[in-house]
Design a protein around this ligand. Structure first.
Ligand code: SAM
Length: 521
């Protein structure tokens, strides 16, 4: 087709295309442009061919390619969208729509600085376009966040989670994947000393399935429907994006163990990592096994979901956190903000230490934890399990706070070992404090602070432990009265271990109030 004929044909397409666009029928929209593009017979044009007809043909093709790219990106077929944008920009490097569309696709692929480049070039072509200015600002913000991992959720928290959930950039901090001696297979390791609360990884779910789960009848069916929908979405995402497929195939299927598993380079998971152009075979059986081993629920005890709707459950797959093994004395926790997971240190971590979080509730004695690990298909041999096994604690022997404290002093336990024991019998401590409260017997706050402090040092931050302290302080004089006590400092330090370093002090105090009101209601 000649340039002028193509231009005329494009004009005729316009009303059908607009209709399909309004109906959001992206498949038909793409087909419409595909038919048109295939009839155009790409000439060997270069941007320098400047006779009138070549220019017309180039412009028309660029528009058709950009429109099709937009359709692909609506269907989340980002690889196809990127190919079309690149094709259009090869024909005309200054095509505004192709530049903007490519920038948006790159944002979705977490290539923030490349997206910024596109919007920067687009801005030079349309300096007054406010939508482009906003995209430019957004890509700049995400680019800087992805380099520092610095996030501040203060405004959102102070606004009691109303308004849009903050957008978080992908971030990979001082971590790498290595072989794990402790667990076999691979694990995530710190490459530097890391302070409690510091984000280690921030990453968006490949797919996150959410639903309201009725507690009574119908709960199981609702769960199955949610799971099926989730699996369909994963398969769709994997079909459409090479990068997604390549990353998914790095995850464990549970079939191969230990040294047979390849250790992928951390660079693969970093933002700006180029999309893999290799086409992998789609192996549904393998994908289902990967989901079985690596999916996480938002509800786990070592996770906090910010701004959560009541009764809402979520299951998701997050790539890099899938390399994190379990420990009963973990050093990391998860915070869920929208579809993104913030994995952060829940206590200070030393360079070379393995990053772990709890797959199940670790505030239980050894035999209970063994049962829970069995359901996950492994035997935990973390430091805490080894210590408790070595001590051969007799079941039932340590019921209650006094029994545990007796052992602590009899065995001369200090530091982490004391914390391990207190964590294992946390429920006993809670019952004791509750009894004392009912009998209105006064106990000094240091009781809770001491226990919470040693649990925090040994097994990391835990929401329930922090909440016990909060309640105690709320009833006492330290919290909510503007008094900056030493206890308040400890509380803030623990809170950073429980929720991560993601908000300012004032917002954290408001958050404490929200947490307390949600428990009392
Ligand atoms: C989400 S994957 C963790 C990463 C995995 N190690 C890998 O190489 O891909 C979960 C699997 O890791 C193993 N695993 C995790 N924590 C473990 C632990 N504490 N002890 C032994 N195996 C563990 C189990 O096989 C579990 O099914």
């Amino acid at each position: 087709m000649k340039g002028s004929a193509a231009e005329l044909e494009m004009l005729k397409l316009r009303s059908t295309a607009t209709e399909l666009l309004l109906k959001e029928d992206w498949n038909k929209y793409i087909n419409l442009y595909s038919r048109f593009i295939s009839r155009c017979h790409f000439p060997q044009t270069s941007p320098n061919d400047d006779d009138d007809d070549s220019t017309k043909l180039r412009q028309t093709l660029c528009s058709a390619l950009s429109n099709r790219a937009e359709g692909y990106s609506k269907l989340r077929d980002l690889s196809a969208a990127l190919i079309d944008c690149d094709h259009a920009l090869k024909l005309n490097p200054f095509h505004l729509k192709a530049l903007v569309c490519k920038g948006k696709v790159l944002l979705d692929l977490h290539c923030y600085s490349q997206a910024f480049e596109c919007f920067h070039r687009a801005k030079a072509l349309a300096s007054t376009d406010s939508a482009i200015s906003q995209l430019l600002k957004r890509s700049q913000k995400l680019d800087s966040q992805s380099k520092t991992g610095f996030i501040d959720l203060s405004d959102w928290v102070l606004n009691e989670f109303n308004g849009t959930c903050p957008e978080l950039a992908e971030f990979v901090g001082n971590v790498e994947i290595r072989r794990s001696e402790a667990c076999g297979g691979r694990g995530l390791f710190a490459t530097r000393n890391i302070e409690a609360g510091t984000p280690l990884v921030i990453t968006k779910a490949v797919v996150l399935g959410r639903g309201i789960m009725p507690k009574a009848a119908g709960g199981e069916t609702a769960r199955l429907v949610m799971w099926k929908d989730f699996v369909d979405k994963i398969l769709d995402a994997v079909k459409k994006c090479n990068k997604t497929r390549a990353l998914l195939y790095t995850l464990s299927t549970g079939d191969v163990e230990g040294s047979d598993l390849t250790v992928p380079k951390i660079e693969l998971f970093k933002p700006e990592c180029a999309a893999d152009t290799k086409r992998f075979e789609l192996d549904v059986e393998r994908i289902l096994k990967v989901l079985d081993v690596n999916c996480l629920t938002e509800e786990s005890v070592s996770a906090k979901v910010m701004g959560k709707k009541k009764g809402c459950c979520g299951v998701g797959l997050w790539f890099l956190p899938s390399f994190v093994n379990h420990s009963c004395c973990p050093n990391a926790r998860r915070l869920h903000v929208g579809d993104s997971m913030v994995l952060y240190a829940s206590r200070d971590v030393k360079e070379g230490e393995e990053i772990t979080f709890a797959y199940f509730d670790v505030l239980w004695p050894l035999h209970e934890r063994r049962e829970m690990a069995k359901r996950w298909g492994f035997l935990c041999s973390c430091k805490r399990c080894s210590f408790e096994e070595e001590k051969g604690l007799e079941l039932g022997e340590l019921n209650g706070m006094d029994g545990v404290e007796d052992k602590v002093s009899k065995w001369g336990l200090n530091g982490k070992e004391k914390g391990y024991l207190r964590a294992s019998f946390w429920m006993g401590y809670c019952n004791e404090w509750e009894k004392l409260k009912r009998r209105r017997v006064e106990r000094r706050i240091t009781e809770e602070i001491a226990v919470a402090g040693s649990i925090f040092d040994a097994v990391g931050g835990d929401e329930r432990v922090l909440r016990t302290l909060l309640k105690k302080m709320k009833n006492g004089s330290g919290f909510g009265h503007g008094v900056e006590t030493e206890e308040m400092e400890k509380l803030m330090r623990m809170a950073r271990g429980v929720y991560g370093r993601v908000m300012k002090r004032r917002a954290m105090k408001a958050f404490f109030e929200l947490e307390l009101s949600s428990t009392s209601s």
